[in-house]
Design a protein around this ligand. Structure first.
Ligand SMILES: [Zn+2]
Length: 282
């Protein structure tokens, strides 16, 4: 694979009782950051993997029924999450961003996409269709806030399902195949079904040669993968498909056990993010 620069950065957070996110977890509320992948391709520019939270989320969840989303999932979105402030803090020039890769269309992953709606958006057709389907109440129940995703995104969408299939390097086994979204083998989208309709991760190799699998919301924490502990059925059935979710978790657990050098990064796992960055704090 062509190597790419890669940073894994928080943009806002939310809190949930831990028990909702992992079997046997505590009833205490735990903070879950929304992590954004900043991918620096050597020739094609910068690509974001998801957008994290954005002040637009607050606006989109002001009216009812969207307000229920914010009540059930309290968020922390401050001045640091404003678009230009966040870019500047991480030394990213807006004009260098060539496109966005969207794992799925839950509000905490696409809240900032309006800033990038004039550029290609790589996503699953099944995910975008789910976002546009049904009434407002049905969408909110599924964690979707379509007001965050302007119609221009539909025109800019490049669907994973239409990209050519390529074999993945053995470092990602038992995952065997990805969709080559840029056509040069550098960024391979990997379907990770179960969390919700059209849920995909991304395989890449960093500049130091480390294989990375961005796992999005296939799990909430690396502990789920290491200990093979899925969230309770109540949580997974509410948003997606429990059987397929657990099949995906099994593949992730096998990938972790079989590939010591592979970093699997869930979008809301602070411990995995810190371990990846070499940060000792927990
Ligand atoms: Zn999600």
């Amino acid at each position: 694979m062509i190597r790419v620069g890669f940073d894994w950065l928080a943009r806002g957070s939310c809190s949930h009782p831990e028990v909702m996110t992992i079997g046997g977890g505590s009833l205490c509320a735990v903070e879950f950051p929304s992590l954004v992948g900043v991918i620096r391709h050597p020739e094609r520019g910068v690509f974001l993997f998801d957008t994290g939270y954005d002040p637009a989320f607050i606006v989109a969840t002001r009216p009812f029924p969207e307000r229920f989303y914010r009540w059930t999932t309290p968020v922390r979105i401050g001045a640091a999450e404003a678009w230009q402030a966040w870019l500047a803090a991480h030394d990213i020039a807006d004009g260098d961003i060539a496109g966005t890769i969207i794992s799925h269309f839950h509000g905490d992953h696409v809240a900032g996409i309006a800033h990038l709606a004039d550029r290609p958006v790589y996503c699953a057709r099944a995910g975008l269709e789910a976002l546009r389907r049904g009434g407002r109440i049905a969408r909110v129940r599924r964690g979707m806030l379509d007001a965050l995703v302007p119609p221009a995104v539909d025109a800019q969408a490049r669907f994973f399902e239409d990209c050519p299939a390529r074999p993945l390097p053995s470092a990602f086994a038992p995952f065997t195949e990805g969709r080559d979204i840029l056509g040069d083998g550098s960024l391979l989208a990997v379907e990770l079904p179960g969390h919700c309709a059209g849920h995909w991760g991304l395989a890449l190799t960093t500049e130091t040669g480390q294989p990375v699998l961005l796992a999005a919301d296939a799990v909430w924490s690396g502990r789920s993968i290491a200990e093979r502990r899925p969230p309770p059925r109540l949580t997974t059935a509410l948003l997606g498909d429990t059987r397929r979710y657990r099949e995906t978790l099994d593949l992730l657990s096998r990938a972790k056990e079989g590939n010591g050098g592979l970093a699997i990064l869930p979008s809301h796992c602070l411990a995995s993010a810190k371990a990846f960055r070499g940060d000792d704090e927990r």
